[in-house]
Design a protein. Sequence first.
Lengths: 353, 358
Amino acid sequence: MEQNIDQAKLNYMNKRSRKILFIVFLSIALVMTAVISITMGASSVDFQTVLQVIGDVFVRNDAITDIQRDIVFKIRLPRIITAILVGMALSNAGLLMQGIFQNPLVSPYTLGVSNGAAFGASLAIIFGASFSFLNFGEFLIPVFAFGFGVLTMFLVYGVAKVASDSSSTLILAGVAIGYLFSALVSLVKYLSDVKDLPELVFWMMGSLSGVPTVGIIIMLIAITITMILMMWFAWDLNIMSAGEETAVSLGVNYKKVKMMSFGISTLLTAVAVSFTGVIGFIGLVAPHVTKMLIGNDFRYSVPGAALVGALLLLIADTIGRNIIAPTQLPVGIVTSIIGVPFFLYLIVRKRGK
Amino acid sequence: MKKHGKRALKWLFCMAVLGAMVFSFGGCSSSQGDAKAKDSKDGITVTDTMGREITIEKPLEKIVTYNSGLTDILVMFGAEKTVIGRGDSVPNPDPSVEVPTVGKWNEPNIEAIMELKPEAVFTYAANMTPENEQLLESAGIKCIYLELTDVSKATEEVTALGALFGNEEKAAEFVKFHDKYAELIEKKLKNVKEEDKATIYYEGYTDYKSVNKDAGGQALIDAAGGINIAAAETAKYPEISDEWLLERNPDAIVKLVSSTKKIMGFDLTDEAPIKDFYNTLIARPSWSNLQAVKDGKVILLSSDVGTTALGSIIGELYLAKTMYPEQFKDVDVNKVHQELQKTLYGDDLVGIFAYPAK
């Protein structure tokens, strides 16, 4: 008996070390990808120039121009950080949603947050001139997108609360309200002038360029706080994966944790979408990839999914920036083109096993 | 061995899916003709932007238009009363009458058009299906595509419109005005060698969205004697890499400002919002290092004088003066615009069309 317990402990420790090793491996892969990414771009700033620019921070190098310095520090670096943060935000939002709804098809966009945010952005883009009195300047679009994203969450929750408060009602309400906002976006598009349409269409495809420093700081704060909360409640979330009855019988405050998860995923999605537009696929697939590789334990899948999401989005954006440079491909297109075959490969491989 | 074969098969499958996705992107193009006009005993014959010959018996008196650029020309001809229906983005051409709207700018409402019984409909060719065109033609309504979006075709198109609306004199005046300044640009740039030509970054209404050689903006740049740095891109309206732009370091930058922003254009005279817009533009990462910014060769251009008939005179001059300030130092473009307004429209110019003023 004691021997069996020891064996089980050993197995657990082995699995645990494997998971930790995997997270360490992902972290190294992310750092390496970031290093490769910072040396690639549409300009001639290559690996050697980047090294010189970094060296220039410590010892002045007159061969380095202001433009080269800015390309590394003001263009590539913020964009790489944005890709990492948005990838983490969308992936963790998806992980939580799939966990609390126990539904593999759920993504951060299922509850209509992105449609609500898109509607807010479309109002700001098409009727921006009418809101000039608000004095939001370049933050008009992010503020409107975030505001309507969060408003959608309250609407969905309100409708679900009035009905039965079950997970399926929440999903149904989210999908329905999402359709409503999607129709409103179409209406705004329909009413818009030809001159404004490209900006809206472009926003809907997602872009990681030009996110202001304030935006990056906001995303960083949101991700740090929500990841700490998710890790704190990881055990509760694990138990909740077994269903409401089991969780309640084991003493988990099911409603509280569910509400918190719902709020966290909405916040993460709304923050990411408001600065970068709608970037699909990452929030749906990154959690699945993580779970396929290290299982469902939230203590590991939270950092794991964050790293997988960041890695996928960073790779997609690096490709988008370089494949037909100097023209940039919208990142939303690249995530699907490279991500879907990779995802299909994982599914095929898993079934093969 | 068998395992390897299976793995290869899986990879092949994945690559096939990826390939299918990539190759499913397609493109289409259309060739366009030059607009021309000729009178004959049988009526008036013009060639429209798509190269089709249009013959009408007498000048048009009742039309529906989905082309907002046409309104300017009709006002110039004094023919604004011919408009009995308009697309939603077409400004009301005659303030004394509320001309009804008959559908969205890119979706002509055939039923509503037929009800109004116009002699002709002016739309963009891309927005009219062959079936709808046939329906309208069978009801005796001509479909005419004089798009006014390519400045290199502006004089032909305005001449054709002059014939169609029975105001060939005004059209000729426009052409004369146009040619006078086209010649001026040519004369001023005669001695600029090919290798000394100014490079320019042309940005549309969306940040970092430029134009390639096939887009309307290229004709504007060509006419002003510039070299479009994004001409060789594959996409017609490519999103240009910010770092590439910094490295290309163009000699000049032009940014088109949509009239829907309501900061530039006719009847807008407050400089403060335009100044804010301009300062935000030049404050983009590292733009202070760009030669164009250092030399003050950055200009905001209202869409009214962009890729429009007016742009073929005023827009070209603004661009030319931005790129070659030395050669054009004796040309006050705003004064030319005022003169144009007075000569062709008979009233005073009110509004801001370029910033900083040239």
